[in-house]
Design a protein. Structure first.
Length: 256
């Protein structure tokens, strides 16, 4: 979701105290050497997943990835520095490191960051971050998938389903004053079924997955996930009914 840069600045300011003034001071620090161009990259990503096997939650996790990076460009030389900590102090320290590609001091003009001109498109609109959805709702969905798959075909002996979510927030600010933000929600639903023939001599697997950059509630719609499960069962049935390819010595026909 490419959004107004002021909203992105607001997020990083609220979470980490990184406001437009901090961005301007950091870029000013990098430009204290004879640097042609400098920019800042900030990222904050939340991710979670849950796995249900045999109707029981077998695995769940949630983690955060965050960090900042500074790039300084002087002619054909480029300097980089990064930090896992998002703060004005860590940004300025990274800027001091990145600018070491140039030794000549420089009296820079003040940098004033500003939002981009023109219309901002909302590419991935979501009313709620997919990682903010209650885990209990995700478990409930996976349990429904388990029950539905078993009810569709008596040969289904095992169901493994999982749901994963991610929300990535990015902020980029340049020494030319441009500042832009981006938000990228992502959801994914996986279903694996194991079918066994009535004689118990053979087992085969069917698997299907779906996902995209939209709200998690879309995955919870029965017409959505039922189609996913039906396809996984169809693939498993095809595998179960398949016959081995012929092997051994065979006749070879050669044309003129």
């Amino acid at each position: 979701m490419t959004q107004d840069a002021s909203n992105a600045v607001d997020f990083f300011e609220t979470q980490f105290g990184l406001d437009s003034g901090g961005l301007e001071r950091t870029l000013g620090t990098a430009l204290e050497r004879k640097i042609d161009y400098a920019d800042i990259f900030c990222e904050y990503t939340t991710s979670d997943s849950v796995v249900v096997e045999e109707g029981v939650v077998k695995q769940g996790d949630r983690h955060i990835e965050q960090g900042v990076g500074i790039r300084a460009v002087s002619g054909e030389r480029q300097g980089y520095a990064h930090s896992d900590e998002i703060s004005v102090d860590s940004l300025r320290l990274a800027a001091q490191t990145a600018r070491t590609i140039v030794e000549t001091a420089h009296d820079p003009d003040p940098v004033a960051v500003r939002p981009p001109a023109g219309e901002i498109r909302d590419l991935y609109p979501v009313s709620q971050s997919p990682t903010d959805v209650e885990t209990s709702l995700k478990v409930q969905l996976l349990e429904e998938i388990d029950r539905y798959a078993r009810a569709q075909d008596s040969r289904v002996v095992e169901v493994i389903s999982s749901a994963a979510s991610q929300h990535r927030r990015i902020l980029v600010a340049g020494s030319d004053g441009a500042v832009v933000g981006d938000e990228l929600p992502l959801v994914r639903l996986n279903c694996q079924v194991i079918l066994k023939d009535p004689r118990g001599e053979r087992r085969e697997v069917g698997y299907q997955a779906m996902g995209g950059r939209y709200e998690f509630d879309r995955l919870r719609e029965p017409e959505t996930w039922k189609e996913l499960v039906d396809e996984a069962i169809r693939i498993g049935t095809v595998n179960l009914d398949s016959r081995p390819c012929p092997a051994g010595t065979m006749d070879v026909v050669l044309g003129p």
